[in-house]
Design a protein around this ligand. Structure first.
Ligand code: 13P
Length: 279
């Protein structure tokens, strides 16, 4: 199946009350693991590459590998740029063949976030790409702060309505109590705020910082309108454990173990998000 953008995928998820897994991958093993799980589960999937991965592999090197792998499988795959905070980087994603992009201007004042988001929409939409933006602020990307709670701001309902009205986005990342990376203390989702946001907005809602949440957290979030769930850290932990536990001191076999470990972790998430057999 051809590469697709996220637009229809997320509208279908909203209608069907499930969430599409957004899996951040940084190399070939992780990419293969996520695709393997998605094919086995017959699930649509979002392969995500974050601007923060650039020092590990340039987006221009990553994109051809992901695009050719995606074209060889028979499920819908979106290739999404995650957490870009500058327009130049988004242009590199466009030129590399990405089908979707997220601008994270959530640290900027509302008006500047709107203005920059609209610039991204104007660049991406004519290329057939979907656009995600963030309002409120999901912390953790700045270096895993000690004080969980000081670093994020819940998304305000009225502000979100205005933001969606003023921008042409396809998905909105909301801040409801999750943080990127490993949680320093038990996460507590603001489900009431999520319900209010879902009630007030038609646009598909995205939950960042999915790793470390309980199964019930995911079920509760998906039941209240989350249609895209972002996962990175749990995949890296699965990969790291596979490397630690491997019996073989042969690099090739270690790679196979990593693919399988990432695949097993992605499979768990796909089952939890209700995405199996939705391709
Ligand atoms: P985690 O690393 O906490 O799973 O967060 C991933 C994420 O939100 C990427 O945008």
């Amino acid at each position: 199946m051809a590469l697709v953008n996220m637009t229809q995928m997320l509208l279908d998820a909203k209608k069907g009350k499930y969430a599409v897994g957004h899996f951040n991958v940084i190399n070939e093993e992780m990419l293969k693991g996520v695709l393997k799980a998605s094919v086995q589960k017959n699930a649509p999937v979002i392969i995500a590459f974050a601007e923060a991965f650039e020092p590990l592999i340039a987006i221009e090197e990553f994109a051809p590998m992901a695009i050719s792998a995606a074209k060889r499988v028979d499920i819908p795959v979106a290739l999404h740029l995650d957490h870009a905070n500058n327009i130049e980087y988004i242009k590199r994603a466009i030129d590399s063949g990405f089908t979707s992009a997220m601008l994270d201007a959530s640290a900027l004042p509302f008006e500047e976030n709107v203005k920059m988001t609209n610039e991204v929409v104007a660049l991406c939409k004519p290329k057939g790409m979907s656009v995600e933006a963030e309002l409120g602020h999901v912390g953790g990307l700045e270096g895993y702060p000690e004080g969980y709670g000081d670093d994020f701001v819940y998304t305000e309902v009225e502000e979100a309505k205005e933001f969606v009205k003023q921008t042409g986005i396809n998905a909105l990342a909301v801040s409801i109590g999750t943080v990127h990376g490993v949680y320093k203390s038990e996460p507590k989702l603001n489900l009431k705020r999520l319900e209010e946001l879902n009630e007030a907005l038609d646009v598909p809602l995205v939950m960042h910082g999915g790793s470390g949440l309980t199964d019930d957290d995911f079920r509760n979030a998906v039941a209240r309108g989350i249609t895209k769930t972002n996962i990175f850290t749990d995949l890296t932990i699965a990969a790291m454990n596979a490397l630690k536990n491997t019996k073989e001191n042969v690099y090739l076999l270690q790679c196979v173990d990593v693919v399988n470990a990432v695949s097993a972790e992605a499979t768990k998430k796909i089952d939890l998000f209700g995405t199996a057999n939705r391709a």
